[in-house]
Design a protein around this ligand. Structure first.
Ligand code: ATP
Length: 283
């Protein structure tokens, strides 16, 4: 029995313009890697698009293109959207795998799954392999050097594949995690996931924009977007999206023959939403 659902080649349809905050100003605390104060989006684009578009320049200068990028930050804050937009907008094939899917209790299955993923990626090159929840590969890594649990084996084969640099031509690895501190350091060495980019919670202007985008196709009364953005300080993008849906349900609950969702419904939903981001998740 296969450990993994079939690996699908996806054709994501997410554009930079779908992500609020794309062209936003430098998320000040968020710039990892010492690359000045560019937005996460432009940094990640450079990392992925340059090696593909300007391969000759890298060769001429003797600079090794980055092999992989680790996006880290609190849940629901657009890491997955960024990976998909990268693929869509640079015309790359996209293969998405969730960390936990790589497990199997059958010896050899997980390693085979990892090999399959990379084989597929090479065949589909130029391509992006997106490993979501990559931290799942490290949490159970055993401290006992003599035992090799399933996680050690998955990581070993992952490293092995990533190190096959020549073979990996035109395959870029993008990984995402909410918990960068538990990632196996071996995965972060040069030539592997060697760029780290922090994707933080949406700022005021970004939350406002998400409200505007989300309500565009909803039946809403006049809304005070500034107030909603202020009320949702600390929310993730995903939570702002869910507040919009919830507002509709609040309205229906009060009056099933309601025509328009109004400001008060949004405010009630904003107060009720559960916030998942804790200070520890923010850097
Ligand atoms: P997780 O760590 O939980 O996997 P993530 O950081 O990968 O989360 P996404 O899956 O990219 O988050 O975002 C979840 C949802 O939140 C998106 O599908 C989208 O609806 C909404 N969202 C988050 N951030 C934004 C944003 N900046 N603009 C528009 N929508 C957003």
């Amino acid at each position: 029995p296969s450990a993994m659902r079939e690996i699908f080649l996806e054709a994501p349809k997410v554009y930079w313009s779908d992500i609020a905050g794309s062209d936003a100003a430098p998320s000040a605390p968020g710039v990892a890697g010492g690359l000045s104060s560019k937005s996460v989006h432009s940094q990640v684009r450079e990392l992925v698009e340059w090696p593909l578009k300007h391969k000759a320049v890298f060769e001429r200068l003797g600079v090794k293109p980055p092999r992989g990028v680790l996006l880290y930050g609190p849940p629901g804050c657009s890491k997955t959207l960024i990976a998909r937009a990268l693929a869509t907008e640079s015309g790359l094939n996209f293969i998405a795998v969730k960390g936990p899917e790589l497990y199997s209790k059958y010896v050899g299955e997980s390693e085979r799954a990892v090999r399959e993923v990379f084989k597929k990626a090479r065949n589909a090159a130029p391509s992006i392999v997106f490993f979501d929840e990559i931290d799942a590969l490290t949490t159970t890594r055993s401290s006992d050097p003599d035992s090799s649990g399933p996680s050690d084996r998955v990581i070993a084969s992952l490293l092995n594949e990533m190190d096959g640099i020549e073979a990996l031509h035109n395959v870029i690895i993008v990984a995402a995690t909410n918990r960068p501190e538990i990632i196996d350091p071996a995965l972060l060495r040069p030539g592997r996931l060697d760029r780290l980019l922090y994707v933080g919670p949406p700022d005021l202007a970004t939350r406002r924009q998400i409200f505007i985008n989300q309500t565009r196709k909803m039946a809403v009364g006049p809304l005070d977007f500034d107030k909603l953005a202020e009320m949702t300080n600390g929310c993730s993008g995903a939570e702002v999206v869910s507040i919009c849906q919830e507002a509709g349900l609040v309205a229906m609950n009060l009056d099933i023959s309601v025509d328009l969702i109004s400001q008060s419904h949004f405010e009630a939903a904003a107060l009720a939403v559960k916030r998942r981001i804790t200070p520890a998740m923010i850097r």
